[in-house]
Design a protein around this ligand. Structure first.
Ligand code: MIC
Ligand code: SF4
Length: 687
């Protein structure tokens, strides 16, 4: 049952240090002050506690718009250049968040000056505005953030869809488009729709050879890539206690693949243990769901019954048991990404590979998640074990996960410990990418065939514990400047101005320029292989590749017709947070996207850039519209103010009812031509 937290409670969180083994009530009963007369106390979930503590306005009823305070932000370089250009456009002196970090981890090939230009721009802009800068080589944003910055009970907004990784440590961490993150840095706030809260009750214990990755693969198998839209997944139950932070993080990380707003674990003794090993005990907060907390939905997973799983091409929810694909010949294995590149993961891999050699017909590449992970492996000798087995060691970055190197051969089978296996994302259009746990990946690299690690002769690799103390060295994190007025922002020639939406016209008319099917990802809309990723700050350049995976003539057609409409199926825009999937269509003159449903971040990105996201009231109308049909929305300014929009198909002489399910503030954004225009208008009317 939805209810409004803010009407009844004020929380008074206190950060505390908990001796291991003992549990504190802070974040439980003591942090909740009942405001309602009579002292009736409503039990709360972890997410509800954090939201209520950060609530600026709105009612916490699922489906209602709320505003929360944002404590931290993160960006990475592929979305970061745009985010910081947008931050500059907001005309502020210094950011308002407690801590913001700019990572360089995606574009690290530097096969031309573009990447290095972007890095320099981000480094200087970060220094000027009060943002910490994680230098290239320091690691993948989500892994480093977990190690050095994540704080239970706080809020994090990141311009990357896997920002919820930090939820593994009890932080409310949400992925968003760059402009939302820029606004959060400038104003300290984020607007979003209160999600439904799903309790994922974990019972039992993982058996040897079964990985925490298999828990999230099981959830994907059950509810699919659209099963989490509009929801927060909150993990509870006795099974949680058996999972360390580096095991919880892959689960919250791949909550993004469910389409979830975020996923979260409690802050408990395991969180304390991890923070203490990172010398950050002071950041600990115990935060647990109250007994009797009310959830909107419930799912139960018995960990003892799980077996090693694999997600088949080309979607993370095409999950089957590894045992059912026995004998699948593998050309390549890649271990890494923000999902599975922790110290614990790579130590398990090293134990499996120890004193063995990878199969002659398969290659193995390993990208450790951070400088901390890599230096610890180097110090304890595990790195030598990996190298001796034949593994190719890559730098601590996203690398192959975003198609930056290690593309498989034509028609190749690649096993990856990553989170996404969309067609073409690896850089080889005909490749078949399977997503697996590190244990399955390592065992398969040795045999050259998809291998169930349980059959492989288990050693003690499943017993790897998190170390008592991680190797701490933050020398690759650059602090912001005190003399920020004097810092000069360096802009290389690759940094081009970004397109700004225009206020809505009374009439929207245009042709259907492309019609695509279900589950179209932002990787389809704005592909990001090694050849294109360096141009993330150059929208005109990227525009020639928009939706080209679906139809290579789309960009030309869009330009020739001076824009028009896109038609999509279910879950349009799933996957990454890249706002380029909205900025590039905006540049091509796209006025509205009509779909059967939208993924959360992409829908917000469209509206943030003044593009109207319309949902078919009657999904069968999708079948009625053809490419090059001429469409018309009359009285557009009036119509976008309401939930129902009438759309005319002039070619077919028909009219369709379209749903515009957005917040009142988003309607204003559409009228003004996007979020930045709306903010500027509000600033100007204040003066
Ligand atoms: C991804 O995994 O798809 C990315 C690349 O990290 C994206 C961000 C981007 O496109 O820059 C994401 O997940 O948001
Ligand atoms: Fe990087 Fe891949 Fe994680 Fe995206 S999913 S942040 S590309 S490692």
């Amino acid at each position: 049952m939805p209810y409004a937290l803010n009407d009844q409670y004020k929380t008074v969180g206190a950060r505390c240090v908990v001796p291991t083994g003992k549990s504190s009530n802070i974040g439980r009963e003591q942090s909740i002050v009942p405001l309602q007369k009579g002292g009736f106390k409503l039990p709360l979930t972890v997410a509800q506690k954090i939201i209520s503590e950060h609530l600026v306005s709105g009612k916490t009823i699922s489906g209602e718009e709320i505003i929360i305070n944002i404590d931290q932000t993160l960006t990475q370089d592929a979305t970061g250049t745009m985010t910081y250009l947008e931050l500059e456009a907001l005309d502020i002196d210094k950011i308002k968040t407690k801590k913001s970090v700019a990572y360089i981890d995606h574009n690290t090939l530097q096969s031309g000056p573009e990447n290095a230009d972007d890095h320099l721009y981000i480094q200087t802009v970060a220094k000027k505005y009060g943002i910490h800068f994680s230098r290239p080589g320091n690691g993948i944003c989500h892994q480093v953030h977990l190690e050095r910055f994540t704080i239970p009970g706080e809020t994090l907004l990141g311009s990357d869809s896997h920002t919820p990784t930090a939820g593994g440590m009890g932080m409310l961490a949400i992925g968003a488009g760059g402009v939302d993150v820029a606004v959060a840095m400038a104003q300290g706030e984020y607007h979003f729709t209160m999600p439904r809260i799903v309790r994922v009750n974990l019972i039992g214990k993982l058996n040897p050879g079964v990985s925490a990755k298999d828990i999230i693969l099981e959830l994907l198998r059950r509810i699919s890539v659209k099963g989490g839209v509009g929801k927060i997944f909150e993990y509870t139950g006795e099974g949680v206690k058996n999972l360390s932070i580096p095991q919880r993080a892959p689960i919250t990380n791949m909550g993004a693949e469910l389409g979830a707003t975020t996923s979260i674990f409690p802050g408990d003794e395991r969180t304390f243990e991890f923070l203490r090993a990172q010398k950050r005990e002071k950041d600990y907060l115990e935060i647990q769901a109250d007994n009797g907390a009310i959830y909107d939905e419930e799912i139960e997973i018995n960990l003892s019954q799980l077996e090693p799983l694999v997600a088949c091409p080309h979607s993370p929810d095409k999950v089957v048991p590894v045992s059912s694909l026995k004998g699948l010949k593998v050309n390549q294995v890649v271990i890494g990404s923000c999902t599975n590149s922790s110290y614990g993961d790579l130590m398990k891999v090293a134990r499996i590979l120890q004193d063995k050699t990878i199969a002659e017909h398969a290659s193995l590449a390993i990208a450790p998640g951070s400088k901390q992970v890599l230096s610890m492996l180097a110090k304890n000798g595990a790195l030598a074990t990996l190298i001796m087995s034949g593994a190719r060691i890559l730098e601590c970055a996203c690398g192959p996960c975003i198609g930056m190197g290690q593309s498989p051969p034509t028609d190749g089978v690649s096993l990856r410990t990553f989170n996404r296996n969309f067609k073409g994302r690896s850089g080889t259009i005909s490749a078949k990418v399977y997503l697996v746990s590190p244990e399955v990946a390592a065992a398969s690299a040795l045999t050259g065939y998809l291998t169930d690690p349980r059959e492989f002769g288990l050693k003690d690799y499943n017993k790897i514990k998190i170390p008592e103390a991680f190797l701490i060295n933050d020398n690759m994190i650059v602090a912001p400047a005190d003399n920020y007025e004097e810092i000069e922002v360096i802009r290389g020639p690759n940094i081009k101005p970004f397109p700004l939406g225009k206020p809505l016209l009374p009439e929207i008319k245009g042709k259907v320029l492309i019609k695509v099917g279900d589950n179209i990802t932002t990787d389809h809309i704005m592909p990001s292989p090694a050849k294109l990723l360096p141009y993330r700050s150059n929208i005109p350049y990227l525009s020639d590749y928009c939706l080209a995976l679906c139809d290579k003539n789309f960009p030309k057609r869009a330009k020739a017709n001076k824009g028009g409409f896109i038609i999509g199926g279910v879950n349009y825009g799933q996957g990454s947070s890249r706002e380029h999937a909205a900025l590039v269509p905006l540049y091509l003159g796209i006025k509205a996207v009509l779909a059967k449903s939208f993924a959360r971040i992409h829908q917000a990105n469209l509206v943030n850039n003044g593009i109207i996201p319309l949902v078919f009231e009657n999904p069968e109308d999708y079948d009625d519209i053809n490419e090059m049909d001429e469409l018309l929305i009359e009285n557009a300014i009036f119509q976008v103010k309401s939930r129902m929009v009438k759309l005319k198909n002039l070619t077919k002489g028909k009219e369709y009812k379209m749903i515009l399910d957005i917040t009142p503030r988003q309607r204003e954004m559409l009228i003004q031509g996007g979020l930045l225009n709306l903010i500027r208008l509000k600033e100007n009317t204040k003066e």
